[in-house]
Design a binder for this molecule. Sequence first.
Ligand SMILES: [Zn+2]
Length: 644
Amino acid sequence: MMACAWTRWLQVAILCHLAPADRVFRYRSYRETHDFFEDLKRRYPDIVEIWYAQDIFPEILPEKKSWGTCEGEPCKTLIVRIANKRLLTNSTPEVFFSGALHGDERVGPLTVTELAAFLCERYATNEQVRRLVDYRATWIMPMTNAHGYANRRRDENQMDPNRDFPYLQQPDRCMRTQTARAVNELFRRHLFQFMITFHGGMRALTYEWGSRNHMTKKRTRSTEPPDDTAFREVGEAIQAAAGKTLTRRWFYPLGRINDLVYPVEGGMEDWSYAAGWESSPMPITVCRPNTYGGYAEERTKYRHNSISTLVYLAEMDDYKTVPDSKLGHSEEIWSLGVSQGHVPRNLRMCLKLIELTRPEVVVLPPKLPAAVGAGSSISVEVYGFGCHEMSVRLLAVPSSLLLPGCQVEDALQEQVLVRSTKLADMKSTCQGLTLWQEKQHMVALQGSLPAGQLCLLVAAEFDARWAQQSAPDPHGPPRSHAARMRLEERYTAQASDGPMRIESRRTKLFAVHREAINAQAAMASQEPAASSHDALDNEEKVPMPAVQPAKVQIPIPTTAAPASEASSATSTAVALHLSDLKDAPTMDLVAVAAVSFLLSFLVGLALLACRRHEAHSVKANTKDAQTTAELARIVGKSPHVVEL
Ligand SMILES: [Zn+2]
């Protein structure tokens, strides 16, 4: 490894050079927003996909005529997904952000656009951002109400999109807008665990309930949703990510929509939380609108349990369009400041929500010698990501029960747990994202190895508190996907249309290594076998990828993607995009091209030399090293390393 130290310096120098410059946020027009995403897709084809709702969901516009003019052209509803296409499966956890249902509330569209840019621009250089993009799918409608946004109006052709959803609404007064239909079609095909719907006009971060049928008898307060504890805990986490005011209060007061805002009929919020499990046609309306050539009533009949999102209504500011001076700039994302702009605050809330979409244990595997004695002590460092608290156990499992790479076959999970030996256990707060705070919650699981051909696994349960309720309305256990995949022994859900499904177990297993350990009784020793504290220096501690090669599936398109996009799915996921060099403020284009070529050549040589060196000394790991782990190892990145 020492032989390759100089290559790391070179990498660091290049990554510093590629880091995007501080950007002062400014509003973009409808056309500029479309162009921004077209450019983002061109620069990051492996993680960005864009569609237009009227093209991929033709059922929302049967007349096939223009439904409005947006800056001189027919309006189209833009849909974006940020995810590593190479790692996508039908069960990749999904989260949704709506920029604006009301077109004159303009901070949301800018926030979600900058969120997409942040994920793309930091993907190659930040291990935590890479985790958000590799193992989660972020769906964005930047200008959900495209017509309203382009024409600076609250409504879409005199119809209010946030009274247009099939919740406690008249059948002829829902699904009238293209805005609501586009959202409806997306929710029919996907299983969103969380959502933020951005609005403006007051300052509040709110959750369910938000309708008159879920208020106390005196109609003074909201009743409690079955997922109240999850709503509150997640709400507190994203409230904290937004930071505080000059007077040290939370920037966004947190509470229920009925209590802090007001109840509505036809709101997107109650529909997206309950459309998959409350009764129909009341309150889940079956819609029969006559606008734009109508819309089939079957489109508002849903598969049971398909739509159960934990949704947050973010009212961003007292002003629907805040002055430019209150938008902030990109460097503010990295710290919690009391005088920050709105975009950094809300962008952090989105990042935190993306993280929580997938609860997992990140394992920093200890380096083991080729031969290890039974009875040797072992210490495995782990931290929780995508959760609030976790209960973890370090298990030794006979490798004969497992698939290659120490992977667990789903059908054998119970047997694996029964036949495992528990080496250690503990409860801990999850660390989560540390992009804007230093808080560390790394824990070490320590135990003694039994004899045998073994795999080490970490078994974990997350957020057990989410089962707590006091007076749920309606009566019953938590209903959201996010809670059920944490709480139920086994939870499955299927989207109304298409292949997306959730298959989850309460106890989730994470491999410590990809290779089995041969712990030999004859070598029994009290000497420590290895510890991720002292057997490795920080440079070499690389988290195990969350998805093992054996489990990766070929991505299955989740919406009808244009044929021209299919070929890009096979290209490399991690790439240093030389086009980023254009951000370099002090170099002209010719110099940039020359330097880029020279640096690329040097890095290529260095990586080749480094890989040869590593292939010689670490034969066992070369075959199944994944691109993300590879880059992290070569760059020397770990969760301990400061962002470059
Ligand atoms: Zn609004």
